[in-house]
Design a protein around this ligand. Structure first.
Ligand code: ADP
Ligand code: MG
Length: 239
């Protein structure tokens, strides 16, 4: 396995427009069958996101956004097509390989939170970091909590946090391994305006540091902050 990385640590403009995309999907198909009924959730979706780019995915409920995100994260397998992350093929690999690639290269931020309820914030981050089995090149767990303004809540359990604090803690876990790619499914869906701005600012900061961000959203503010917007309709990208 090669260790292709499109991350560039320069402080000013980290956009890498020359290299391969950090994440790409080529003609993804995904069907769901329930008895006689077949739902065509994804019908040939292709997209790519580069390092230092934020892509927003919008579209009505049922258009396939969550299915797409699950395939891009390697949590679900497309029936057809390929997903490539940081130069590695993610789709049509054994579950173990997908889990490794996901842990190393992808940060996932979901509306239903990515924190384990019985572990404090520090332990949640350390658990995410332990999943990669890589030598530690990433920021310390306490440093990650500082970055999202939760330095003084390291020993708190998720249930002891406010909604806004939970959202920021979820973000700290998502970026615990300094991922090239961040996938977010309506990360600000349940948040008030101020908290949405905080989370958006933190995400944009990651993008200017060179991460590729793909975010599914219904929020006009999040869409405005994106470099590019794709609309999904009936499992297809609308042009
Ligand atoms: P969105 O996130 O845009 O609301 P989804 O990806 O959740 O859309 O769903 C796309 C389509 O696939 C919908 O018609 C939905 O009902 C269907 N679908 C999603 N998940 C399943 C599933 N596990 N079993 C059957 N149908 C599903
Ligand atoms: Mg959805």
């Amino acid at each position: 396995m090669t260790t292709a990385s499109t991350r560039t640590p320069s402080a000013t403009d980290n956009r890498d427009v020359s290299g391969p995309p950090a994440l790409s999907a080529d003609h993804l198909y995904r069907f769901y069958r329930a008895g006689e009924e077949e739902t065509l959730a994804l019908q040939g979706v292709s997209l790519s996101v580069r390092a230092g780019e934020m892509l927003a995915i919008v579209g009505p409920s049922g258009s396939g956004k969550s299915t797409l995100l699950a395939c891009l994260a390697g949590l679900d397998e497309p029936a057809g097509g390929t997903v490539t992350v940081a130069g590695h093929r993610l789709s049509h690999q054994p579950e173990r390989s997908r889990a490794q690639l996901r842990a190393r290269h992808i940060g996932i931020l979901l509306q239903s939170r990515n924190l384990l309820p019985h572990l404090n914030l520090l332990a949640n981050i350390k658990l995410a970091q332990a999943a990669t089995r890589l030598p530690a090149r990433r920021p310390a767990a306490s440093e990650l909590l500082e970055q999202v303004g939760l330095g003084d809540r390291a020993r708190a359990l998720p249930r002891q946090l406010s909604g806004g604090e939970l959202a920021r803690a979820g973000l700290a876990v998502a970026v615990a391994n300094d991922p090239e790619v961040i996938l977010a499914d309506e990360p600000t869906g349940e948040l008030d305006g101020d908290t949405e701005q905080q989370v958006l600012t933190l995400l944009r900061q990651r993008v200017s540091d060179g991460a590729a961000l793909l975010v599914v959203t219904h929020s006009a503010d999040v869409t405005r902050a994106a470099d590019r917007v794709l609309t999904l309709f009936d499992g297809k990208v609308q042009s």
